[in-house]
Design a protein around this ligand. Structure first.
Ligand code: HEM
Ligand SMILES: *[C@@H]1O[C@H](CO)[C@@H](O)[C@H](O)[C@H]1NC(C)=O
Ligand SMILES: *[C@@H]1O[C@H](CO)[C@@H](O)[C@H](O)[C@H]1NC(C)=O
Ligand SMILES: *[C@@H]1O[C@H](CO)[C@@H](O)[C@H](O)[C@H]1NC(C)=O
Length: 502
């Protein structure tokens, strides 16, 4: 016979206390949230009904189907069409808010900037490669990086166009002159890797010709590392199993390659400083090394800029030429505008005067934003101004730790914002529209893209030089456009075209 001793009594008491404590905490939290919602007039946004409340895998078949057929971006756009521009959706147990309301995005990225952060998931995915660089940190660490990098970005603005010309020439050399098919996307990705390395460490590498083995290895492993990061971002810890040692090796190769330049610059710091006055162009590393000699830190920041700037600019150029290849009328109008340069190499001032070109670039970024979807996590209980209630006009409560997904791709195609022809490529619309926060290719607020001006200059310069060299372009891709989604967006089948020289 078992007699209940004082020990088990104590145990039962302890268990009861724990349960009571937990319940009190839950109730307290529920009351706080209710009070908070009442104070701010929050109403719930539309939400998808769930059949599977535990893992919330309801959306999985739809997502997998979309990935194979119409694409994830179209799937997301359709979800907003059906459910409104702010709604709640759960996947894998995470109850996320989705929004394409400019007011909400502005609130998250600017007005209530400190109520949101990149979050743990993003940090975990990027940290192995980028350490504590600007692209993976929040709060004071991020502020420190931003303060360190910003001056160098401002200074690159006054660098000479020679930099661009050198790289564009090597690109143009690789475009066939006999009208045979070429994949411009591959060429643009090579070019932006070369321009990035040149901008960051001041070294000219040519991936098409005389490529050093080191550089070829680096190029291979940076792509591999990015693929792994994007897997970890999508599938979380599960993908860690899959990444394993391959990821580690890529990180070693990539950091080793950049690290060599960093060590050299640290050793040579004083002479770099002395000759600073005579330099006509700015190399990032040479600027940064004046502020810090921390090797890991410098490698973190240089790699972060590389990841942030390389594929994005290549993606923009690719989508721009994808559109041009199907639109002879746009190509002709651009040719006329570029003709005003009378065959001269454009200066930065002249590039800024090319109004139609800037419309074409904005229209490309509108229909094909290279960072099509993004996410932030609430750092505290907070409120987004719209999207709640039956009419979607009431504020929406965001719980501390909750994710908010914002899908720039779908926002840029909203007919109520851009008109019934929102899905069409029509550069002329930029003559009249001023979309404000409804147009967000470079993000906004304190974390707005640091490389925007540089990217736009490189894009305009490259486009002008190709237009000056070739008289026509035609599409050589038989199939429909298909998305490729990694950390950024690109075309799955490349951009296959043929060009006829002047
Ligand atoms: C068409 C080209 C580009 C596009 C569309 C683009 C877009 C973006 C976007 C959307 C973000 C915000 C990411 C986030 O906070 O989640 C961002 C951040 C950033 N971009 Fe760009 N970018 C481009 C080119 C560049 C280039 C060429 C560079 C550098 C040379 C660059 C450097 C950065 C940096 C350093 C950040 C982080 C800023 C911060 O967190 O404070 N970007 N960019
Ligand atoms: C949102 O769209 C999904 C997918 O079609 C649909 O099942 C769901 O009912 C919609 N939710 C709301 C709240 O309208
Ligand atoms: C160090 O700087 C000097 C002067 O700019 C340059 O001539 C030399 O090649 C540099 N050395 C290294 C190792 O980069
Ligand atoms: C293009 O978009 C940018 C924002 O990225 C904006 O500053 C600029 O005014 C737009 N250009 C035109 C011609 O509207």
């Amino acid at each position: 016979m078992i007699i209940m001793g004082p020990d088990s009594l104590l145990l039962r008491l302890a268990c009861t206390l724990i349960v009571v404590f937990y319940l009190v905490k839950k109730i307290n939290r529920a009351l706080t949230v209710r009070q908070f919602k009442q104070t701010h007039g929050c109403l719930p946004p539309a939400s998808e009904p769930r059949k599977d409340p535990i893992l919330s895998l309801d959306a999985l078949p739809g997502i997998l189907h979309a990935a194979r057929h119409d694409g994830i971006l179209n799937y997301l756009q359709a979800a907003y069409c059906r459910n409104g521009s702010t709604f709640l959706s759960s996947f894998l147990g995470s109850n996320d808010i989705f929004t394409i309301d400019p007011e909400n995005i502005k609130t998250m990225l600017a007005v209530k900037f400190t109520d949101f952060e990149l979050g743990e998931k993003r940090r975990a995915a990027f940290h192995p490669l980028l350490g504590n660089g600007i692209f993976s940190t929040d709060g004071a660490q991020w502020e420190h990086s931003r303060a360190l990098l910003r001056p160098s970005f401002t200074r690159t603005q006054i660098s000479s166009t020679e930099f661009h010309e050198r790289h564009v020439q090597s690109l143009i050399r690789n475009i066939p002159r006999d009208g045979s098919t070429v994949d411009l996307q591959t060429l643009f990705f090579s070019m932006t890797l070369e321009t990035s390395i040149d901008l960051l460490v001041g070294e000219t590498v040519d991936s098409q010709h005389s490529a050093s083995d080191d550089f070829a290895e680096f190029a291979k492993h940076i792509s591999h590392a990015q693929r792994m990061i994007s897997l970890i971002l999508t599938f979380g810890v599960l993908s860690k199993l899959h990444c394993g040692s391959g990821f580690k090796k890529s990180i070693r190769v990539v950091r080793g390659f950049i690290g060599k330049y960093v060590r050299k610059a640290i050793q040579n710091r004083t002479s770099l400083d002395a000759e600073k006055q005579q330099r006509e162009r700015y190399v990032f590393l040479h600027e940064l090394v004046q502020d810090t000699c921390d090797e890991a830190r410098l490698t973190d920041e240089l790699l972060s800029i590389l990841i942030a700037g390389r594929d994005t600019t290549a993606g923009l150029l690719s989508m721009l030429f994808y559109e041009l290849a199907q639109r002879p009328e746009v190509w002709e109008r651009l040719q006329t505008e570029v003709g005003t340069l009378e065959g001269q190499l454009p200066s930065f001032e002249q590039l800024k005067q090319l109004k139609y070109l800037s419309w074409v670039i904005n229209e490309t970024l509108r229909l094909h934003p290279i960072v099509p979807s993004n996410i932030r996590t609430a750092t505290r209980d907070t409120v987004l101004p719209v999207g709640g209630g039956p009419d979607g006009k009431a504020p929406v409560f965001v719980s501390k730790g909750q994710n908010v997904v914002y899908t720039v791709y779908a926002m840029h195609r909203r007919q109520d914002l851009y008109g019934p022809d929102a899905d069409e490529f029509r550069p002329e619309r930029w003559a009249t529209i001023r979309p404000g926060w409804a147009f967000l290719p470079f993000n906004g607020g304190p974390r707005i893209c640091l490389g925007q001006q540089y990217a736009l200059t490189l894009t305009s310069y490259t486009t002008v030089r190709i237009l000056q060299t070739f008289k026509s372009i035609s599409n050589r891709d038989p199939g429909p456009w298909k998305e490729w989604l990694g950390l950024t967006m690109a075309s799955k089948n490349g951009i296959k075209v043929s060009l006829v020289p002047k």
